[in-house]
Design a protein around this ligand. Structure first.
Ligand code: ADP
Length: 320
């Protein structure tokens, strides 16, 4: 059975990564497996920033945002020669298998390492919820709470001044954060890559809310990478009765103490990762499907189409 495993966090960070690090470390130590922390993602693997983790090294991190191990991006990890250096370092420390917490880029690295003889298990650590094989990813619930808190506050002030607040949220081309936040805050309009963006149509809808529905304010939640929200806010001011104001929530969405839901999810997924490595498995990622924690081959996970979330979008439309 595997005697020594490594753990790293990679790509964009997400609240709950620490809870996953803690779970992997403690479950493994309970099973008599040694755990090594690798700092700054794949960069630490290549540069040999590797240290043994004890049970107490992961104390007091369950409730902390960010990642104790640090995260980084290392585009050169796509090159086999760079990965060979990583494998060499792992062998030097006697590390036989790895848990990789990150997004789909990190999963590609994990799959490539598995193919080079190091069993890797991926955990979905991303606020964007863009790992399509899992109903939910570690960090999504916390980011959603941050967005809802901000939008609730914006609604208070928008209402006082007859404003339209345009709020840009993250999502990396996945509309889940925007759609869930729209549902949870009663936003007037949600724009995502999945809904598409017809600017004139949105302006007409806003004018309808102002003139016919007599709403004192309007909230538009829009996914990142769709349009320049500041320029759009100006158009709202020019073409509707509202005064348009844009807010880009940005990196605050990535921070904060993870919600209880994210802490429990990260703990369950961490446990599953260790169980899979103990069973000698690799090249898999952990997912939550229909309330069960399951394992999916990374090769399949990377190919899965994005779900269109039609039912939730329909619900949103019926609630306006
Ligand atoms: P995320 O994991 O959040 O999607 P990235 O896409 O930036 O973030 O990927 C994180 C890291 O994973 C990259 O910096 C790189 O080191 C590694 N990686 C990404 N794609 C590949 C690939 N095709 N092969 C090997 N490693 C990869």
């Amino acid at each position: 059975m595997v005697k020594r495993i490594g753990i790293l966090t990679s790509g964009g960070d997400a609240p709950g990564m620490n809870a996953a690090i803690r779970a992997v470390t403690r479950v493994a130590i309970h099973a008599g497996i040694e755990v090594y922390g690798i700092y700054d993602g794949y960069a630490g693997l290549v540069n040999d920033k590797i240290e043994k983790l004890t049970r107490s090294d992961v104390s007091d991190i369950l409730d902390r945002g960010g990642t104790k191990l640090g995260s980084a991006r290392l585009p050169e990890f796509k090159e086999e020669s760079v990965r060979l250096k990583a494998v060499e370092n792992l062998k030097k420390h006697g590390i036989e298998a790895l848990v990789v917490i990150g997004g789909d880029g990190s999963y590609r690295g994990a799959l490539a390492l598995t193919e080079m003889g190091i069993n890797c298990i991926g955990l979905p650590g991303t606020i964007d919820n863009d790992i399509t094989c899992s109903d939910v990813s570690i960090g999504f619930d916390t980011a959603l709470e941050t967005i809802v808190d901000a939008v609730d506050k914006l609604r208070d002030t928008s209402s006082s001044h007859q404003r339209c607040s345009i709020v840009e949220v993250m999502g990396n081309r996945c509309g889940d954060l925007a759609l869930w936040a729209g549902l949870a805050t009663g936003a007037e309009i949600v724009v995502t890559q999945q809904t598409g963006f017809e600017e004139t149509e949105v302006l007409e809808q806003l004018q309808y809310f102002y003139e016919i529905a007599k709403k004192r304010h309007a909230i538009v939640i829009i996914s990142e990478k769709i349009t320049d929200v500041h320029a759009f806010a100006k158009k709202v001011s020019l073409n509707t009765g509202y005064s348009g104001r844009a807010t880009i929530l940005g990196h605050v969405q990535r921070g904060g103490s993870p919600t209880p839901v994210d802490r429990v999810l990260a703990s369950q997924m961490g446990e599953k990762a260790v169980d899979l490595l103990m069973a000698g498995k690799g090249g898999l990622c952990v997912a939550k499907q229909n309330n069960q924690i399951v394992a999916v081959p990374i090769s399949e996970a990377l190919d899965m189409p994005r779900s269109s979330r039609k039912a939730l979008q329909n619900l949103f439309n019926r609630l306006i």
